[in-house]
Ligand binder design. Structure first.
Ligand SMILES: *Cc1c(COP(=O)(O)O)cnc(C)c1O
Ligand SMILES: [Zn+2]
Length: 415
Protein backbone atom coordinates (compact mmCIF):
# COMPACT_ATOMS: atom_id res chain seq x y z
CA UNK A 1 0.00 0.00 0.00
CA UNK A 2 1.54 3.27 -1.11
CA UNK A 3 0.20 6.80 -0.73
CA UNK A 4 2.55 8.15 -3.39
CA UNK A 5 0.67 9.98 -6.15
CA UNK A 6 3.57 10.85 -8.43
CA UNK A 7 6.99 12.39 -8.71
CA UNK A 8 6.54 16.10 -9.37
CA UNK A 9 9.07 18.51 -10.90
CA UNK A 10 9.89 21.21 -8.34
CA UNK A 11 10.35 23.75 -11.13
CA UNK A 12 7.61 23.21 -13.74
CA UNK A 13 5.16 20.92 -11.92
CA UNK A 14 5.27 18.11 -14.52
CA UNK A 15 4.25 14.76 -12.98
CA UNK A 16 5.95 11.40 -13.45
CA UNK A 17 5.22 7.82 -12.44
CA UNK A 18 7.00 6.77 -9.24
CA UNK A 19 9.89 4.97 -10.98
CA UNK A 20 13.65 5.50 -10.89
CA UNK A 21 13.51 9.03 -12.31
CA UNK A 22 15.26 11.95 -10.67
CA UNK A 23 15.18 14.89 -13.10
CA UNK A 24 12.42 16.42 -15.21
CA UNK A 25 12.62 15.57 -18.92
CA UNK A 26 11.36 19.03 -19.84
CA UNK A 27 13.31 21.43 -17.65
CA UNK A 28 15.90 19.22 -15.86
CA UNK A 29 14.44 20.36 -12.51
CA UNK A 30 14.68 17.98 -9.53
CA UNK A 31 11.72 15.72 -8.73
CA UNK A 32 9.87 15.59 -5.42
CA UNK A 33 7.57 12.83 -4.13
CA UNK A 34 3.86 13.87 -3.97
CA UNK A 35 1.48 12.02 -1.66
CA UNK A 36 -2.28 11.63 -1.27
CA UNK A 37 -2.43 13.44 2.08
CA UNK A 38 -6.21 13.05 2.45
CA UNK A 39 -5.86 9.28 2.29
CA UNK A 40 -2.92 9.36 4.73
CA UNK A 41 -4.98 11.51 7.15
CA UNK A 42 -7.65 8.82 7.23
CA UNK A 43 -5.21 5.99 8.02
CA UNK A 44 -2.54 7.55 10.24
CA UNK A 45 -2.83 8.47 13.92
CA UNK A 46 -0.57 9.11 16.89
CA UNK A 47 -1.61 5.66 18.16
CA UNK A 48 -0.84 3.84 14.91
CA UNK A 49 2.62 5.40 14.93
CA UNK A 50 3.20 4.57 18.61
CA UNK A 51 2.47 0.90 17.91
CA UNK A 52 4.94 0.79 14.99
CA UNK A 53 8.61 -0.26 15.04
CA UNK A 54 11.20 1.81 16.95
CA UNK A 55 12.79 2.99 13.71
CA UNK A 56 12.06 5.36 10.82
CA UNK A 57 9.56 2.77 9.57
CA UNK A 58 6.97 3.79 12.21
CA UNK A 59 6.24 6.66 9.76
CA UNK A 60 5.98 4.42 6.69
CA UNK A 61 2.68 5.99 5.49
CA UNK A 62 4.66 9.20 4.87
CA UNK A 63 7.54 7.40 3.14
CA UNK A 64 7.69 6.53 -0.59
CA UNK A 65 7.39 2.73 -0.44
CA UNK A 66 4.71 0.20 -1.37
CA UNK A 67 5.38 -2.82 0.83
CA UNK A 68 6.81 -3.55 4.25
CA UNK A 69 9.84 -5.54 3.15
CA UNK A 70 12.21 -2.90 4.48
CA UNK A 71 15.97 -2.79 4.01
CA UNK A 72 16.59 -1.82 7.61
CA UNK A 73 19.38 -2.02 10.14
CA UNK A 74 17.13 -0.13 12.57
CA UNK A 75 17.92 3.45 11.56
CA UNK A 76 16.09 6.21 13.39
CA UNK A 77 14.22 6.77 16.62
CA UNK A 78 17.43 8.14 18.07
CA UNK A 79 17.33 10.04 21.39
CA UNK A 80 16.15 13.64 21.61
CA UNK A 81 17.93 14.84 24.73
CA UNK A 82 17.21 17.91 26.82
CA UNK A 83 20.57 19.69 26.74
CA UNK A 84 20.41 21.74 29.95
CA UNK A 85 24.17 21.92 30.47
CA UNK A 86 24.98 22.99 26.93
CA UNK A 87 22.00 25.35 27.05
CA UNK A 88 23.39 27.01 30.17
CA UNK A 89 26.80 27.38 28.53
CA UNK A 90 25.24 29.03 25.48
CA UNK A 91 22.54 31.04 27.27
CA UNK A 92 19.52 29.05 26.08
CA UNK A 93 16.64 27.95 28.32
CA UNK A 94 15.09 25.22 26.18
CA UNK A 95 17.74 23.48 24.10
CA UNK A 96 17.50 19.92 22.77
CA UNK A 97 19.97 17.73 20.88
CA UNK A 98 18.77 15.22 18.30
CA UNK A 99 21.50 12.62 18.78
CA UNK A 100 21.84 10.97 15.38
CA UNK A 101 25.34 9.76 16.23
CA UNK A 102 23.55 6.63 17.49
CA UNK A 103 22.37 5.29 14.14
CA UNK A 104 23.56 1.82 13.04
CA UNK A 105 26.59 3.09 11.08
CA UNK A 106 26.96 6.26 13.14
CA UNK A 107 25.32 8.92 10.99
CA UNK A 108 21.96 10.21 9.78
CA UNK A 109 22.76 8.70 6.33
CA UNK A 110 21.25 5.41 7.57
CA UNK A 111 17.80 7.04 7.37
CA UNK A 112 18.11 8.00 3.72
CA UNK A 113 19.86 4.80 2.64
CA UNK A 114 17.23 2.60 4.30
CA UNK A 115 14.50 4.37 2.31
CA UNK A 116 16.51 4.44 -0.95
CA UNK A 117 17.37 0.73 -0.94
CA UNK A 118 13.89 -0.35 0.17
CA UNK A 119 12.42 1.52 -2.79
CA UNK A 120 15.23 0.35 -5.11
CA UNK A 121 14.38 -3.29 -4.35
CA UNK A 122 10.68 -2.60 -4.99
CA UNK A 123 11.66 -1.17 -8.39
CA UNK A 124 13.64 -4.32 -9.19
CA UNK A 125 17.07 -2.67 -8.91
CA UNK A 126 19.50 -5.20 -7.51
CA UNK A 127 22.82 -3.36 -7.17
CA UNK A 128 23.44 -0.59 -4.61
CA UNK A 129 25.94 2.17 -5.44
CA UNK A 130 26.99 5.67 -4.42
CA UNK A 131 29.69 8.33 -4.54
CA UNK A 132 30.76 9.31 -1.06
CA UNK A 133 33.28 10.96 1.25
CA UNK A 134 32.54 8.52 4.04
CA UNK A 135 29.20 8.44 5.83
CA UNK A 136 27.18 7.45 2.80
CA UNK A 137 29.82 4.83 1.89
CA UNK A 138 29.55 3.24 5.37
CA UNK A 139 25.79 3.17 5.21
CA UNK A 140 25.34 1.86 1.65
CA UNK A 141 27.92 -0.90 2.20
CA UNK A 142 26.28 -2.00 5.47
CA UNK A 143 22.68 -1.94 4.23
CA UNK A 144 23.61 -3.73 0.98
CA UNK A 145 25.39 -6.43 2.99
CA UNK A 146 22.30 -6.95 5.16
CA UNK A 147 19.99 -7.00 2.10
CA UNK A 148 22.29 -9.39 0.21
CA UNK A 149 22.64 -6.84 -2.62
CA UNK A 150 25.84 -6.33 -4.59
CA UNK A 151 27.36 -2.94 -3.86
CA UNK A 152 29.78 -0.57 -5.60
CA UNK A 153 30.89 2.31 -3.44
CA UNK A 154 33.07 5.01 -5.05
CA UNK A 155 35.35 7.21 -2.93
CA UNK A 156 38.32 9.53 -3.48
CA UNK A 157 41.55 7.50 -3.07
CA UNK A 158 42.94 9.94 -0.47
CA UNK A 159 40.11 9.32 2.01
CA UNK A 160 41.06 8.80 5.67
CA UNK A 161 42.02 5.22 6.58
CA UNK A 162 39.22 4.97 9.13
CA UNK A 163 36.58 5.58 6.48
CA UNK A 164 38.13 3.04 4.08
CA UNK A 165 38.16 0.35 6.78
CA UNK A 166 34.65 1.08 8.09
CA UNK A 167 33.32 0.69 4.55
CA UNK A 168 35.44 -2.22 3.29
CA UNK A 169 34.54 -4.37 6.31
CA UNK A 170 31.02 -4.97 4.96
CA UNK A 171 32.43 -6.89 2.00
CA UNK A 172 31.07 -5.03 -1.05
CA UNK A 173 33.16 -3.47 -3.81
CA UNK A 174 34.97 -0.34 -2.67
CA UNK A 175 36.35 1.57 -5.64
CA UNK A 176 38.97 4.21 -4.84
CA UNK A 177 39.25 6.86 -7.56
CA UNK A 178 42.37 8.94 -8.14
CA UNK A 179 40.64 12.31 -7.90
CA UNK A 180 38.66 14.50 -5.51
CA UNK A 181 35.01 14.10 -4.49
CA UNK A 182 33.73 16.21 -7.39
CA UNK A 183 35.61 13.94 -9.83
CA UNK A 184 34.10 10.87 -8.16
CA UNK A 185 30.62 12.37 -8.29
CA UNK A 186 30.86 13.26 -11.96
CA UNK A 187 32.15 9.78 -12.79
CA UNK A 188 29.25 8.20 -10.91
CA UNK A 189 26.71 10.28 -12.84
CA UNK A 190 28.30 8.92 -16.05
CA UNK A 191 28.35 5.33 -14.78
CA UNK A 192 24.73 5.62 -13.62
CA UNK A 193 23.55 6.36 -17.15
CA UNK A 194 25.41 3.26 -18.45
CA UNK A 195 23.89 0.88 -15.88
CA UNK A 196 20.24 1.94 -15.39
CA UNK A 197 19.49 -1.20 -13.37
CA UNK A 198 21.79 -0.08 -10.53
CA UNK A 199 20.48 2.01 -7.65
CA UNK A 200 22.86 4.95 -7.20
CA UNK A 201 21.32 6.16 -3.97
CA UNK A 202 22.30 9.81 -4.49
CA UNK A 203 21.72 9.84 -8.27
CA UNK A 204 18.87 7.89 -9.91
CA UNK A 205 16.96 7.08 -6.68
CA UNK A 206 17.81 10.40 -4.98
CA UNK A 207 14.14 11.45 -5.06
CA UNK A 208 13.31 8.55 -2.70
CA UNK A 209 16.57 8.73 -0.75
CA UNK A 210 16.01 12.33 0.30
CA UNK A 211 12.54 11.54 1.71
CA UNK A 212 14.25 9.61 4.51
CA UNK A 213 15.40 12.92 6.04
CA UNK A 214 11.79 13.87 6.83
CA UNK A 215 11.95 11.39 9.71
CA UNK A 216 14.28 13.87 11.49
CA UNK A 217 11.26 16.18 11.79
CA UNK A 218 8.72 13.41 12.51
CA UNK A 219 10.74 12.04 15.43
CA UNK A 220 11.45 15.42 16.98
CA UNK A 221 7.73 16.33 16.93
CA UNK A 222 6.69 12.97 18.38
CA UNK A 223 9.43 13.08 21.04
CA UNK A 224 8.31 16.60 22.08
CA UNK A 225 4.81 15.21 22.67
CA UNK A 226 3.46 16.06 19.19
CA UNK A 227 4.64 19.66 19.16
CA UNK A 228 6.94 21.37 16.73
CA UNK A 229 9.97 23.24 18.09
CA UNK A 230 10.41 26.99 17.59
CA UNK A 231 13.83 26.82 15.96
CA UNK A 232 16.06 24.09 14.51
CA UNK A 233 19.72 24.26 13.48
CA UNK A 234 20.66 21.91 10.63
CA UNK A 235 24.06 21.14 9.04
CA UNK A 236 24.12 21.73 5.29
CA UNK A 237 26.07 19.82 2.62
CA UNK A 238 23.82 19.40 -0.45
CA UNK A 239 20.99 21.10 1.48
CA UNK A 240 18.66 18.13 1.04
CA UNK A 241 18.29 17.33 4.73
CA UNK A 242 17.32 20.91 5.60
CA UNK A 243 14.59 21.06 2.95
CA UNK A 244 13.16 17.71 4.06
CA UNK A 245 13.04 18.67 7.75
CA UNK A 246 10.88 21.60 6.64
CA UNK A 247 8.68 19.32 4.52
CA UNK A 248 8.40 16.85 7.42
CA UNK A 249 6.97 19.32 9.95
CA UNK A 250 4.48 20.64 7.40
CA UNK A 251 3.34 17.13 6.47
CA UNK A 252 2.60 16.27 10.10
CA UNK A 253 0.23 19.23 10.28
CA UNK A 254 -1.29 18.42 6.88
CA UNK A 255 -2.23 14.87 7.97
CA UNK A 256 -3.59 15.99 11.35
CA UNK A 257 -0.81 14.86 13.68
CA UNK A 258 -0.05 18.39 14.93
CA UNK A 259 -2.80 20.58 16.40
CA UNK A 260 -1.10 23.85 15.59
CA UNK A 261 0.40 24.92 12.30
CA UNK A 262 4.18 24.57 12.68
CA UNK A 263 6.09 27.84 12.65
CA UNK A 264 9.59 26.39 12.85
CA UNK A 265 12.42 28.79 12.14
CA UNK A 266 15.09 26.84 10.28
CA UNK A 267 18.75 27.87 10.40
CA UNK A 268 21.59 26.31 8.41
CA UNK A 269 25.15 25.53 9.51
CA UNK A 270 28.21 25.34 7.25
CA UNK A 271 31.98 25.19 7.60
CA UNK A 272 33.69 28.43 6.55
CA UNK A 273 35.94 26.31 4.29
CA UNK A 274 32.87 25.24 2.29
CA UNK A 275 30.05 27.71 2.77
CA UNK A 276 28.48 28.44 -0.62
CA UNK A 277 24.94 28.62 0.78
CA UNK A 278 25.84 30.67 3.86
CA UNK A 279 27.73 33.11 1.60
CA UNK A 280 24.70 33.59 -0.66
CA UNK A 281 22.61 34.22 2.47
CA UNK A 282 25.09 36.81 3.77
CA UNK A 283 25.23 38.55 0.40
CA UNK A 284 21.47 38.53 -0.02
CA UNK A 285 21.65 36.85 -3.44
CA UNK A 286 19.80 33.84 -4.91
CA UNK A 287 22.64 32.43 -6.98
CA UNK A 288 24.91 29.98 -5.21
CA UNK A 289 28.49 30.24 -6.41
CA UNK A 290 30.31 26.87 -6.30
CA UNK A 291 33.45 26.74 -4.15
CA UNK A 292 36.44 24.43 -3.77
CA UNK A 293 36.08 22.88 -0.29
CA UNK A 294 38.88 23.21 2.24
CA UNK A 295 37.66 22.14 5.70
CA UNK A 296 38.00 19.38 8.27
CA UNK A 297 34.20 18.92 8.03
CA UNK A 298 34.56 16.53 5.09
CA UNK A 299 31.07 15.08 5.38
CA UNK A 300 29.71 18.58 4.61
CA UNK A 301 32.27 19.42 1.92
CA UNK A 302 30.05 19.76 -1.15
CA UNK A 303 31.20 22.79 -3.11
CA UNK A 304 28.27 22.75 -5.54
CA UNK A 305 25.19 21.85 -3.47
CA UNK A 306 22.28 20.37 -5.46
CA UNK A 307 19.58 21.66 -3.10
CA UNK A 308 21.39 24.80 -1.99
CA UNK A 309 18.92 27.15 -3.65
CA UNK A 310 15.92 25.46 -1.99
CA UNK A 311 17.63 25.39 1.42
CA UNK A 312 18.39 29.11 1.13
CA UNK A 313 14.78 29.85 0.23
CA UNK A 314 13.42 27.90 3.23
CA UNK A 315 15.82 29.53 5.69
CA UNK A 316 14.73 32.97 4.47
CA UNK A 317 11.03 32.08 4.40
CA UNK A 318 11.01 30.71 7.94
CA UNK A 319 12.97 33.59 9.48
CA UNK A 320 16.11 31.58 10.21
CA UNK A 321 19.68 32.43 9.24
CA UNK A 322 22.88 30.81 8.03
CA UNK A 323 26.13 30.72 9.94
CA UNK A 324 29.58 29.47 9.02
CA UNK A 325 32.43 28.50 11.34
CA UNK A 326 36.19 28.03 11.06
CA UNK A 327 37.99 24.70 11.61
CA UNK A 328 39.08 25.85 15.09
CA UNK A 329 35.51 26.77 15.97
CA UNK A 330 34.38 23.33 14.74
CA UNK A 331 36.83 21.62 17.12
CA UNK A 332 35.65 23.90 19.96
CA UNK A 333 32.06 22.91 19.14
CA UNK A 334 32.92 19.20 19.33
CA UNK A 335 34.67 19.72 22.69
CA UNK A 336 31.89 21.84 24.14
CA UNK A 337 29.22 19.25 23.26
CA UNK A 338 31.34 16.40 24.65
CA UNK A 339 32.15 18.22 27.92
CA UNK A 340 28.63 19.41 28.62
CA UNK A 341 26.39 16.62 27.34
CA UNK A 342 28.68 13.58 27.02
CA UNK A 343 28.03 13.31 23.29
CA UNK A 344 30.96 12.82 20.92
CA UNK A 345 30.13 14.20 17.49
CA UNK A 346 32.06 14.17 14.25
CA UNK A 347 33.14 17.41 12.60
CA UNK A 348 29.64 18.01 11.13
CA UNK A 349 28.27 18.04 14.70
CA UNK A 350 30.96 20.55 15.62
CA UNK A 351 29.72 22.72 12.76
CA UNK A 352 26.16 22.60 14.12
CA UNK A 353 27.10 23.41 17.72
CA UNK A 354 29.58 26.17 16.82
CA UNK A 355 27.06 27.74 14.44
CA UNK A 356 24.37 27.54 17.12
CA UNK A 357 26.70 29.41 19.50
CA UNK A 358 27.26 32.09 16.84
CA UNK A 359 23.56 32.47 16.10
CA UNK A 360 22.82 32.89 19.81
CA UNK A 361 25.43 35.65 20.05
CA UNK A 362 23.97 37.33 16.97
CA UNK A 363 20.50 37.28 18.57
CA UNK A 364 19.07 34.98 15.87
CA UNK A 365 18.41 32.01 18.16
CA UNK A 366 16.66 33.42 21.22
CA UNK A 367 16.92 32.44 24.86
CA UNK A 368 13.35 31.21 25.30
CA UNK A 369 12.92 29.42 21.96
CA UNK A 370 12.44 25.67 22.05
CA UNK A 371 15.52 24.92 19.95
CA UNK A 372 16.69 21.62 18.45
CA UNK A 373 20.25 21.15 17.19
CA UNK A 374 20.71 18.22 14.81
CA UNK A 375 23.93 16.33 15.59
CA UNK A 376 24.22 14.01 12.62
CA UNK A 377 27.42 11.95 12.87
CA UNK A 378 29.57 10.08 15.39
CA UNK A 379 32.94 11.42 16.59
CA UNK A 380 34.67 8.07 16.21
CA UNK A 381 34.54 8.64 12.45
CA UNK A 382 36.76 11.72 12.54
CA UNK A 383 39.11 11.24 15.52
CA UNK A 384 42.08 12.34 13.41
CA UNK A 385 40.66 15.90 13.36
CA UNK A 386 41.18 16.02 17.15
CA UNK A 387 44.27 13.85 17.47
CA UNK A 388 46.85 16.67 17.47
CA UNK A 389 45.20 18.46 20.41
CA UNK A 390 43.52 15.71 22.42
CA UNK A 391 45.37 13.21 24.61
CA UNK A 392 46.23 12.15 28.15
CA UNK A 393 46.18 14.77 30.91
CA UNK A 394 49.63 13.56 31.95
CA UNK A 395 51.88 10.52 31.51
CA UNK A 396 53.53 9.25 34.75
CA UNK A 397 55.45 6.14 35.86
CA UNK A 398 53.58 3.18 37.41
CA UNK A 399 54.08 4.31 41.02
CA UNK A 400 51.93 5.91 43.74
CA UNK A 401 54.39 8.79 43.95
CA UNK A 402 54.09 9.60 40.29
CA UNK A 403 50.31 9.78 40.42
CA UNK A 404 50.01 11.62 43.73
CA UNK A 405 52.61 14.21 42.73
CA UNK A 406 50.35 15.00 39.81
CA UNK A 407 47.13 14.92 41.86
CA UNK A 408 48.53 17.15 44.62
CA UNK A 409 49.90 19.70 42.19
CA UNK A 410 46.57 19.74 40.43
CA UNK A 411 44.77 20.31 43.75
CA UNK A 412 47.17 23.08 44.68
CA UNK A 413 46.68 24.89 41.41
CA UNK A 414 42.90 24.66 41.60
CA UNK A 415 42.82 26.32 45.05
C1 LIG B 1 25.58 14.06 4.48
C2 LIG B 1 25.62 14.66 5.82
C3 LIG B 1 24.93 15.84 6.17
C4 LIG B 1 24.21 16.76 5.20
O1 LIG B 1 23.41 16.25 4.28
P1 LIG B 1 22.75 17.05 3.06
O2 LIG B 1 21.39 16.47 3.02
O3 LIG B 1 23.56 16.68 1.85
O4 LIG B 1 22.76 18.53 3.31
C5 LIG B 1 24.95 16.25 7.49
N1 LIG B 1 25.64 15.58 8.43
C6 LIG B 1 26.33 14.46 8.14
C7 LIG B 1 27.08 13.79 9.24
C8 LIG B 1 26.34 13.95 6.84
O5 LIG B 1 27.03 12.83 6.58
ZN1 LIG C 1 10.26 20.39 -14.97
Amino acid sequence: MSYVKSLTCKECGQNYEAKAYHVCEFCFGPLEVSYDYDAISRSISRESIASGPLSIWRYRDLLPVEGSDYVSLGAGFTPLVRAERLGRALGLDDLWIKNDTLNPTGSFKDRVVSVALTRARELGLKVAACASTGNLANSVAAHAAWANMDSYVFVPANLERAKIITTAIYGGNLIAIDGNYDDVNRLCAEIASEVPDWAFVNVNVRTYYSEGSKTLAFEVAEQLGWQSPDHVVVPVASGSQLTKIHKGFNELYRVGLLDKEPKVRISGAQAAGCSPVASAFDQGVDVIRPVKPDTIAKSLAIGNPADGYYALDIVRKTGGAFGSVSDDEILDGIRLLARTEGIFAETAGGVTIATLAKLVKAGVVQKGEKTVAYVTGNGLKTVEALAPTTGPTITVGPSLDGFFDFLNSQRRSSK
